[in-house]
Design a protein. Structure first.
Length: 72
């Protein structure tokens, strides 16, 4: 049902793309513990709740405007 509703939704595509970019940038850094959980492409919609839970926790940890320009 989720796949049928959101598979081609632009906001969902942007969210998944942003998760992939963040994961690539954070791996092998001190902030690797903040990287999004791995979600296989084949079972993406089965575990999408893990990505949403991760994003919600991360947003609570980092309020807007809290980081200095150029910081990790």
């Amino acid at each position: 049902m989720l796949k049928h509703s959101y598979q081609h939704h632009p906001a969902f595509e942007r969210f998944l793309s942003a998760c992939g970019r963040v994961s690539g940038q954070l791996q092998h850094t001190l902030l690797a513990c903040l990287a999004p959980p791995t979600v296989r492409t084949k079972a993406r919609f089965m575990h999408v709740h893990r990505l949403f839970s991760w994003a919600e926790r991360l947003l609570k940890l980092s309020p807007a405007g809290g980081a200095k320009a150029g910081s990790i």
